[in-house]
Every structure is written in C-alpha cells, then in structure tokens.
Design a protein around this ligand. Structure first.
Ligand SMILES: *[C@@H]1O[C@H](CO)[C@@H](O)[C@H](O)[C@H]1NC(C)=O
Ligand SMILES: *[C@@H]1O[C@H](CO)[C@@H](O)[C@H](O)[C@H]1NC(C)=O
Ligand SMILES: *[C@@H]1O[C@H](CO)[C@@H](O)[C@H](O)[C@H]1NC(C)=O
Ligand SMILES: *[C@@H]1O[C@H](CO)[C@@H](O)[C@H](O)[C@H]1NC(C)=O
Ligand SMILES: *[C@@H]1O[C@H](CO)[C@@H](O)[C@H](O)[C@H]1NC(C)=O
Ligand SMILES: *[C@@H]1O[C@H](CO)[C@@H](O)[C@H](O)[C@H]1NC(C)=O
Ligand SMILES: *[C@@H]1O[C@H](CO)[C@@H](O)[C@H](O)[C@H]1NC(C)=O
Ligand SMILES: *[C@@H]1O[C@H](CO)[C@@H](O)[C@H](O)[C@H]1NC(C)=O
Ligand SMILES: *[C@@H]1O[C@H](CO)[C@@H](O)[C@H](O)[C@H]1NC(C)=O
Ligand SMILES: *[C@@H]1O[C@H](CO)[C@@H](O)[C@H](O)[C@H]1NC(C)=O
Ligand SMILES: *[C@@H]1O[C@H](CO)[C@@H](O)[C@H](O)[C@H]1NC(C)=O
Ligand SMILES: CC(=O)N[C@H]1CO[C@H](CO)[C@@H](O)[C@@H]1O
Length: 665
C-alpha cells in the first residue's frame, strides 16, 4: 500500500503538523533526561490532544467535510501504528462530540470490542493501520461509515479483475444451455436468526429494534386500557414449548399475559422479533414432513446464511453468537438426517458483528476460531469433506463441491465486501481482490468451463447495493464473463425479502437500456425463516433441470404467523406460489426461469399494477404488513431493485424515474 501523502498537500501539511504538536505541547525535554523506553505522554494527554486537533479541524472553514473526515483518518492512522488501543476511545468520544449519531450508535461503531458487546472500534483501529487515508478507499469509508461526509466516489472505470482470466473468451461461452427433460428437487433455506433470549409474554411491539426479549421493555403503543381484550388476541403463551429429537411437538405451560405489555410475545414468534428456536424447528420439520407426505426427497439443500439474532450490539455477546450458530446447524442436521447441506456464512455469522479481515491483512487470526468452528461442524455432519474443510479454513468458509450429478457448487463469504465490515474498506481499489475470493471463484469457473461443467454460486449478501460498489462491479464483470455457458444459478438471502436482481449489459438506469436482448443473468434472493421484520416465515425448493442445472421452477411455502397468536396448535405451513405460474407470463414449459423470464416479469411489474402488487405481497409472504401499492409510489422502488445489479445501476434507475420513492432504507 502506498501512503501517497504528497497527492494532497493540505492534508499532508495537517498530517505532518499533528505529531509535532502532540509532542511539543507540554514537553521540554533534552536527550539526557529522557528514558526513551517510557511513553512520554499519558494516555489522557494523547486522547485530549487528538480531540483538540479534531475540534480544530472541524472548526476550519476552508476545507470541506470530506477533507475533515480524511484528515481524522490521517491523524488516526499515525496514532494507530503505535497506540491502536487508544483509537476506540478517541473516535467514540469524537463521535459523541460531533453529534451525528446517538451515544449508542457511537458505542456500536467505535467502542473497543469486548466479549459482551459486539462493537467494532477495535476493528476500526485495525483498518486504520491498513487504509491509505488519502485514497478513494478512505472516501468510501467517509461516505458509508460516517454520515456521507464524503460524496460517494465514482467507481473507477478501469477497475477490473479480468486479469484473473486473461485469455480470450472461448466461443462456447456464448452458448445458451438447453434444458433436458428431467428435473430434481433442491431445497433453499436462509436467514434463521435464532433469538436465544426470546421470551414468551415479553413486549412484542417495543420501541427498540428487537422485541420479544426481557430487555425490550418499552411498548410502542400506549398500554391498552382494557388489558383483557389484548389478552384475548394473544392466548398462545406456552412457555417452554419445543420439538424433541424425533420431531414431536411438546407444548409448554400456558402463562398468563403480564400487565404493562401492549402485545405479548406468543409461542411461535412475532413480526418485530427474531425467531424462537421452536419456530426454526417448526420450519425444519415442515420441510421433513413435506418430503414424507409427498414421497419425494430433495437431492440436497443450500443454506444461504445468517444464524445469529439482530439484537442490539450491547446484547450480542460472543457466547450467545457461538451458541446460536452451533444450535441451528445442530437442529438442521437433526431434522434433515443425511440430506447434504451446502451452507455459507452471513454477516451475522461472525463476531463482532459483520467483521471479517483479509488473509493478507495480518488480522485474519481474529476470526479463525469462528471459521474453524463452523467448517469443522460442516465436516462432522458430512456436508463437506476434509479437504474442503481445510480449504474453507483459509478462505473465509469458502469451498467448492463437485456433485455426482455433474453440478459444481461454489460457496463463498460475501460479507468480505459488506458495507458494515470495516476491513472491506482497507484496499478495495488498489488491490481489487484483496481478500483473494475472486481468484478462488474464477479459478473454479475456468476449470469448469474447460470441462463443460455447470456451476452454481451460493453466498449470503447479494453483491448489489449493500456491498461496496467496487465489489458489485467486479462481481458483475465476472458473472458476465461466465454467463450463460458456465454459471447457471446464483443464490443468496440476506434481505429477508423474496426478490431478484437482473444483470443487463450497459444498464444506465433507463428503460431503453434494459432490453430483452441485453439480459445477462440473475441473482435469486430467497425468503427468510425469521419473521424480522414484518414478514411471514418461508422456504422454497427448486425444480432443477438435471442436464444444465437451470431452474425450471421455484416452489414456495410459508406460514401465516399471525394465525398462531391465539392458537394452541403448531403453525400451518402451506403452499405459497410457483414462480412459473404466479406472474402469468407467456413462457414455454420447456424453457428455464432464466434471466430472460425474469426480465418479462420486470416488464410486467413496470406496466401492470396488479403484477407489482403481486411481487410486493410475495416479497413479504402475505404478512399483515404488505404495502398497498396503490397508495402513491410505495412500491415503485421494487421496479428499480429487480432491474439493477450494482449500486450505480439502482441509483441511476431511481434518478431516471424521478417519481419513484426509495424504499430500500
Ligand atoms: C471550535 O468552535 C467552537 C464553536 O465555534 C468554539 O467554541 C471552540 O473554542 C473552537 N475550538 C477550537 C479548538 O478552535
Ligand atoms: C486506473 O485509472 C487510474 C486513474 O486514471 C490510474 O491511476 C490507475 O493506475 C489505473 N489502474 C489500473 C489498474 O489501470
Ligand atoms: C495476461 O495478458 C497479458 C497481456 O494482455 C500478458 O502480458 C500476461 O502475461 C498474461 N498473464 C497471464 C497470467 O497469462
Ligand atoms: C426431451 O423430450 C422430447 C420429446 O419427448 C425429445 O424430442 C427431446 O429430444 C428430449 N430432450 C432431451 C435432452 O432428452
Ligand atoms: C405497534 O405499535 C404501533 C405504533 O403505536 C401501532 O401502529 C401498531 O398497530 C402496533 N402493532 C400491533 C401488532 O399492535
Ligand atoms: C374488555 O375486553 C373483554 C374481552 O374482549 C370484554 O369482554 C370486556 O367487556 C371489555 N371490558 C370493557 C370495560 O370494555
Ligand atoms: C456495552 O454497550 C453499552 C452501550 O451500548 C454500554 O453502556 C456498556 O458499558 C458496554 N459494555 C461493555 C462491557 O463495553
Ligand atoms: C441509456 O442507454 C440507452 C440505450 O442504450 C440510450 O438510448 C440512452 O441515451 C442512455 N441514456 C443515458 C442518460 O445515458
Ligand atoms: C395485469 O396482469 C394481470 C395478471 O396477469 C392480468 O389479469 C391483467 O389483465 C393485466 N392487466 C393489464 C392491463 O394488462
Ligand atoms: C433463456 O431461455 C430462453 C429459452 O430457452 C432463451 O431463448 C434465452 O436466450 C435464455 N436467456 C438467457 C439470458 O440465457
Ligand atoms: C393474518 O394476516 C393476514 C394478512 O394480513 C390476514 O388476511 C388474516 O386475516 C390475519 N389473520 C388473523 C388471525 O389475524
Ligand atoms: C441464475 C440464472 O438465471 N442463471 C442463468 C445465467 O444465464 C444462463 C444462460 O442464460 C442461464 O442458463 C442461467 O439460468
């Protein structure tokens, strides 16, 4: 990494001035009376000198906010090299002084990581040692991590990972695969988000972000004056309900609803809460029962990540994270027995939240324990073999599996590029494959292309608008290179909504740039089991062509969670929809539901209000919180979302359609 201070003279001057100022403020020392092994300034003096300098910088009227943010990084970097331990304190205090965020958010972002608080200040200190504070990487950080202090940089035109393939694209790479006549069934599950602190009877409509726990105490609503009318609506208060190892449901003791609760958390979960274990097991058993009842079996399952709850940072302890991660895999194994599962890790499947350091950075050992724990579990359960587990340990949980059917599955950890991962900002332009993940995927793809194999890519966070725009660009470059011949499926979760993203050639956001002949490929984004936030729990399976591994149909199942609130029965899981039927598109039965099909769905969403409403209803699985799309433009952002692949494309689409209302945040 080049520390190109000369590029910006003003900043260089600031940087040069600071250490001098710190060390000359209150010291007049001669060489002879200094013991150089002892720090010359107290920690307090260093902290206060830093804050003083930040205040002076902030008071400057001659530089813009972006320069101020970068100057703080310059200062922070010089200090982080020798005293990384002071960085969290300084930046948390500064965050509070600056006042753009609540004290709690400042704590989450900048407080030192402890075993009890999943705050990321220690990871930020690591980042400072890695980042070039005068680079575009720092501009990304100042845009996404501190209230857009820098404008979003334009993704460099020449940013590319084409050097990873380098050779001319073989003619066969343009061949569109034609499905055969046989299909197999593959299960897709995602986003369980177990809440170990889920408490029957706790407040389910609270003012904090996560309800149904002993600490979510303040109701959003005034307490209803007639408590018994509320209690009548929520009678399913069976504490200690569970499924045994054979999958039989045991209903717990009914408790009476507490007073001072506006909506009590019921047995199987609530819309503002992550999943109690009994809901997760209900979903898993519904899948096992579905196979038995219909006398079918899934070939295998893909699980696209997220095990740990969304509770506030101060309640997301290390131990709770580990327990939630391991409990869910145990429950999956117990329900599915010998069904092979190919899992990936999500942004919640790490500690502290969303952090993952590149192997090259020297900080990766902070995360080894997690990757080792989970990949060894996958190996013990027989999902991946010893070699794959060894590979996964040095590749953030990534592995590739060659199935007997001929399909290759490549699973990788897209948290590397997530906007909340401090380390994502360390070198994303200078060394575009800083994590080494693209190299792994591309090598696998090249090998498969040469051997005429089809490949599925599985990961958690769609590589679109919640990752760094640079990663989205590189990913779309790679997908275009290996479509349509080699990549025949891209599967993710993360958003908890049932969605999709289409990749077009030269998409500038306008309708004209999204023509049917410009379609390249598509990412499937699947539903979640957790009801958080305001969704019904759901899962799906695909009918997959056994020759080309293209998706012929997606069959979706869900449970209407509110039906369990006053019931003493288990949730009822029912058929939700078939992706081939629900949109009433004229599409030959022999053609796969490829990106061209989804382009026609997009066209219909754009031109037919009924179809837009159908999409919105499915995205939340008919929960009581589905938006009424006829009320203004509340659903129009969906049209941009499905027809964009990168951050720029989504932004350009919203700009090209000024009356659309952004619903992503
Ligand atoms: C910064 O500006 C504030 C408000 O104008 C002032 O009170 C403070 O003394 C200034 N601080 C420094 C270090 O210049
Ligand atoms: C991309 O362009 C920038 C600015 O024009 C240049 O500094 C950089 O070296 C280029 N990078 C590559 C990999 O060509
Ligand atoms: C890639 O292509 C460039 C020329 O475009 C060549 O100089 C380089 O040696 C090639 N690298 C590999 C690994 O083939
Ligand atoms: C599928 O079945 C049709 C009609 O039975 C036949 O013409 C076609 O060759 C079959 N395709 C494959 C790939 O087997
Ligand atoms: C939760 O509180 C909000 C705000 O007061 C209210 O609009 C909503 O109806 C409540 N939800 C339930 C399920 O009672
Ligand atoms: C309170 O609600 C209960 C149950 O819904 C109802 O039977 C009772 O009449 C209500 N009491 C008042 C005072 O409204
Ligand atoms: C955890 O964070 C909360 C604020 O969000 C803070 O009050 C508490 O002191 C922190 N605990 C530790 C051990 O850092
Ligand atoms: C976007 O692309 C379309 C079709 O390629 C072209 O007609 C149009 O002029 C472009 N618009 C802008 C704003 O670049
Ligand atoms: C909109 O789509 C629905 C469902 O496919 C269809 O019944 C209806 O005729 C369409 N409306 C228009 C105006 O095309
Ligand atoms: C999708 O399938 C249809 C029909 O088989 C084909 O014409 C089209 O080219 C395919 N689209 C893509 C993007 O491969
Ligand atoms: C559950 O929600 C759905 C969707 O809003 C609604 O149709 C249904 O009546 C609700 N059921 C109960 C028991 O409230
Ligand atoms: C996920 C997805 O749509 N993949 C498609 C990529 O492109 C090829 C060719 O169109 C399709 O076969 C895949 O289905």
């Amino acid at each position: 990494m080049i520390f190109s201070a000369a590029a910006v003279p003003l900043l260089a001057a600031v940087a040069a001035a600071i250490p001098l100022e710190v060390y000359t403020n209150d010291l007049t020392l001669t060489n002879s009376d200094v013991d150089w092994s002892i720090p010359v300034l107290s920690d307090e003096a260093i902290v206060s000198a830093a804050l003083d300098t930040f205040t002076k910088m902030q008071n400057s009227t001659t530089v813009d906010q972006c320069t101020k943010c970068q100057s703080r990084l310059v200062y922070g970097k010089s200090l982080a090299m020798s005293r990384p331990d002071l960085i969290p304190t300084i930046f948390e205090l500064w965050c509070n002084i600056q006042g753009d965020y609540s004290a709690e958010t400042c704590n989450n972002k900048f407080h030192r990581t402890t075993v009890s608080n999943s705050s990321t200040g220690s990871n930020f200190a690591d980042l400072l040692t890695l980042i070039d504070p005068l680079s575009i990487d720092a501009e990304y950080w100042c845009h996404y991590q501190v209230k857009k202090e820098c404008p979003l940089p334009e993704t460099p035109e020449n940013l590319s990972i084409a050097y990873l393939w380098n050779e001319t694209r073989p003619a066969k790479a343009n061949t569109v695969p034609i499905p055969g006549n046989n299909t197999m069934k593959v299960l897709h599950i995602s986003d369980f988000h177990l809440e170990l602190e889920y408490t029957v009877g706790a407040e389910a409509n609270c003012t904090t972000s996560m309800c149904c726990t002993p600490h979510s105490i303040t109701p959003k609503n005034a307490i209803h004056s007639n408590q018994s009318s509320i209690h009548d609506l929520y009678t399913a208060l069976f504490e200690g309900s569970y499924y045994d190892a054979e999958g039989n449901y045991h209903k717990g003791e009914q408790i009476s609803a507490l007073n001072n609760i506006s909506v009590p958390a019921t047995t199987f979960g609530h819309y503002e809460c992550d999943a109690p274990e009994v809901l997760i097991n209900s979903s898993l058993h519904s899948i096992a029962d579905f196979q038995t009842k219909n006398n079918i079996s899934f070939e295998f399952a893909i699980f696209t990540g997220d095990l740990v709850d969304h509770d506030e940072t101060k309640y997301t302890a290390y131990e709770k994270s580990v327990e939630e991660e391991t409990m869910i895999f145990r429950d999956i194994k117990n329900s599915f027995k010998n069904l092979p599962i190919y899992p990936v890790l999500g942004n919640h499947d790490t500690f502290p939240y969303a952090q993952l350091a590149p192997q090259k950075s020297g900080f990766h050992n902070k995360f080894d324990w997690n990757i080792e724990l989970l990949t060894e579990m996958w190996m013990d359960y027989g999902w991946i073999d010893w070699d794959q587990a060894q590979f996964a340990k040095t590749h953030y949980g990534a592995y590739s599996v060659q199935l007997k059917s001929g399909l290759k599955i490549i699973s990788f950890n897209s948290n590397a590029w997530y906007l909340s991962n401090e380390y994502a900002y360390s070198n994303n332009v200078e060394d575009p494959d800083y994590f080494g993940i693209f190299e792994f995927i591309v090598n696998e793809l090249l090998e498969s292309e040469a051997a005429d194999q089809k490949v599925w890519l599985n990961f958690h966070i769609p590589l679109s608008n919640t990752v760094l725009p640079t990663a989205a660009k590189l990913f779309s470059e790679m997908v275009a290179r290996f479509s349509p011949y080699t990549i025949t499926g891209i599967f993710t979760g993360h958003t908890h909504r049932d969605e999709f993203n289409i990749l077009y050639k030269n998409n500038n956001g306008t309708v004209e740039s999204k023509q049917i002949e410009d379609v390249i490929n598509l990412t499937w984004i699947t539903q979640a089991v957790t009801p958080w936030v305001e969704n019904n729990p759901a899962w799906r399976y695909y009918e997959v062509d056994t020759d080309t591994f293209q998706i012929m149909d997606s069959l979706n199942y869900y449970t209407q969670l509110n039906e369990t609130f006053a019931s003493s029965d288990e949730p009822v899981w029912e058929f939700e929809y078939s992706a081939r039927d629900v949109y009433e598109i004229d599409w030959p039965a022999s053609s796969p539901l490829n990106a061209t099909y989804w382009h026609l769905v997009y066209e219909k969403m754009r031109t037919n209000a009924t179809t837009l409403q159908t999409y919105e209803s499915l995205s939340k699985r008919f929960s009581p919180y589905v938006k009424d799309c006829s009320e203004g433009d509340v659903c129009t952002w969906d049209i941009c979302y499905v027809s964009s692949y990168t951050t720029e494309e989504y932004t350009a689409c919203m700009k090209a359609n000024p009356h659309y209302v952004d619903g992503t945040s």
